[in-house]
Design a protein around this ligand. Structure first.
Ligand SMILES: [Zn+2]
Length: 134
């Protein structure tokens, strides 16, 4: 088993398992919060565009943990789509950020899953940081 960074331990505790999609959501949320200089929990809305079922929809849980936007507060939603995109808005400034996955990343993570298993594939994805988006 690979050694997991603290952030991934928290993510696993929240989501129940680790995989590339929940990690991608986490990375996207973390980046959006920083780039938009948004207030965590209350200062942002998020729309997650993806297949509305796991594993793709696991993205939404990573976003929730990173941004504090939650289903109960109604500041995150999933919109069914065949291509993954994450749309963030700073509700104080109106500034928006749209993130899409780096071309080929979904296929890459499938190969990592098959070759390495879910936690190691999640760790590889985590190590991409902002390079996961393009
Ligand atoms: Zn999941």
């Amino acid at each position: 088993m690979p050694q997991l960074p603290d952030e991934l331990h928290k993510l696993k505790e929240f989501h129940g398992h680790l995989g590339p999609f929940v990690v991608m959501g986490y990375l996207a949320g973390r980046r959006a919060l920083a780039d938009l200089r948004a207030r965590k929990y209350f200062g942002m809305t998020v729309r997650v565009e993806c297949e509305p079922k796991p594993p793709q929809s696991c993205l939404a849980d990573g976003v929730q943990l990173a941004t504090g936007c939650t289903l109960g507060k109604r500041n995150i939603c999933i919109e069914p789509a065949s291509d993954i995109a994450l749309q963030f808005e700073n509700t104080d400034t109106g500034q928006k950020l749209r993130l899409t996955l780096r071309p080929g990343l979904e296929e890459q993570t499938k190969a990592w899953l098959a070759e390495l298993g879910d936690e190691a594939a999640a760790l590889r994805t985590y190590e991409l940081g902002s390079a996961a988006f393009g």
